[in-house]
Design a protein around this ligand. Structure first.
Ligand code: NIG
Ligand code: FE
Length: 386
């Protein structure tokens, strides 16, 4: 067994506070030891134990790798024109998803694998070391199963999103499509999925449909998550809390009742500020959520329609600048918070026993993630230069 001592860390953000609160435990002059891919020891450089190899990071800051708990990477095609039209005043609507569905169905398995691989590489260069990937651009039994099988090649956190929109061939038969999703499509998807998700929104699926689909998934052993309250106020957030889901994502339009339901249920609100940026929508009020005691995660939502960024540093910067999170809260939400949103305690922190997924920043402090927006600060990911 070889051990690696990472030393000379100017500031180590462990994100390992107990109880889980949105704060960052920073240590100056820090060091840690990695054994078998796990953190085996954390302390100061001065008291560091001997190790087989030593890596001195020269006073730079180290943070846990980002945990991106919401992405849609299995797709084909391009919707740059749709983005340009939005910037000229068009509104984002759920219907654009069907454009990507047509392109994805026409793609080969090899093309889909190559696209996911390219985005995973892009994410890693920006410090993401764990990612959740959804299906949802196939919307047939075979295409959803194949999308999930592709995603499974890259992560354990795969999510069945057959209930993304009603596909054109079921345009006049939404109940028939819900029966497909909860029946044969779920049968084909479940072996490849850990989670099930529904887009609960006007133009997609209503509350009753979402409840039926989430409960069917639960019977098959899949954990539930939900896209909700993205395009307007609605019942989705309260449904997620009622069902005790681990996370509900978007949360752009929240009423007071939604906030108290989140606080009382412990369901994590996953905010996706890249979507508000890319759809020119109002940002959710993260400050009020955190102040109300709601646990908040940040994720990219990387997808070709509403938000084609894979950058967690951008999400951190937007959360601080536009949603009034402190830099510490934003970093916690993009690491430990994302891990909680995936029900994981092995990633998103750098404490003894956690996976040694770490990022060296070309900066003296994690504060620079928000202070220097748009600057490629990620220098190394778990010992490899990027
Ligand atoms: O999370 N909201 C639903 N699904 C994606 C967008 C998908 C698309 O526009 O292609 C989202 O924003
Ligand atoms: Fe999404």
């Amino acid at each position: 067994m070889t051990s690696l001592l990472v030393t000379g860390i100017g500031e180590l953000a462990t994100c390992g506070t107990e109880p889980e609160v949105a704060s960052v435990d920073t240590r100056p002059d820090a060091a840690f030891v990695v054994e078998r891919g796990r953190v085996a020891w954390v302390g100061t450089s001065r008291e560091a134990p001997a190790a087989d190899q030593v890596h001195d990071v020269g006073g730079r800051a180290v943070i846990p790798g980002f945990v991106d708990s919401h992405s849609h990477l299995v797709f084909a095609g391009d919707r740059a024109e749709e983005f340009a039209a939005r910037m000229a005043g068009e509104r984002y609507a759920a219907g654009g998803i069907r454009t990507t569905v047509a392109a994805t169905r026409a793609a080969t398995d090899e093309q889909l694998v190559a696209t996911v691989a390219r985005h995973i590489t892009e994410m890693r260069r920006q410090g993401t070391t764990s990612v959740e990937i959804k299906s949802g651009y196939g919307l047939t039994v075979l295409d959803e199963a194949r999308g999930l099988a592709v995603a499974r090649q890259f992560t354990e956190d795969t999510t069945f999103l057959g209930a993304h929109v009603v596909p054109p061939e079921y345009a006049d038969d939404a109940p028939g499509y819900v029966a497909l999703v909860t029946g044969p499509m779920l049968d084909a998807a479940a072996p490849h999925a850990r989670w099930i998700d529904v887009f609960c929104e006007t133009g997609a699926f209503d509350e009753d449909q979402a409840r039926a689909i989430l409960l069917a998934g639960r019977e098959r052993g899949l954990g539930g998550r939900l896209h909700a309250n993205q395009l307007g106020p609605g019942p989705g957030v309260r449904l997620a809390c009622e069902l005790g889901l681990v996370a509900v994502d978007h949360c752009t339009y929240l009423a007071d009742d939604d906030v108290s339901a989140l606080r009382d249920s412990g369901t994590i609100a996953t905010l996706l500020p890249g979507v508000e940026f890319s759809t020119r929508s109002p940002y959710p009020d993260a400050r009020s959520l955190v102040d109300a005691g709601v646990r908040v995660a940040l994720a990219s939502d990387c997808n070709p329609g509403s938000c084609y960024t894979s950058s967690m540093p951008l999400c951190v910067a937007l959360a601080v600048r536009e949603m009034r999170m402190t830099p510490a809260e934003a970093l916690w939400s993009a690491t430990a918070g994302g891990a909680l949103a995936l029900g994981r305690d092995d990633v998103g922190r750098l404490t003894v026993g956690s996976r040694a997924d770490y990022v060296v920043l070309d900066a003296p402090s994690y504060l620079h993630l928000a202070y220097r927006p748009g600057v490629p600060l990620v220098a190394e990911v778990s010992g490899s230069p990027v």
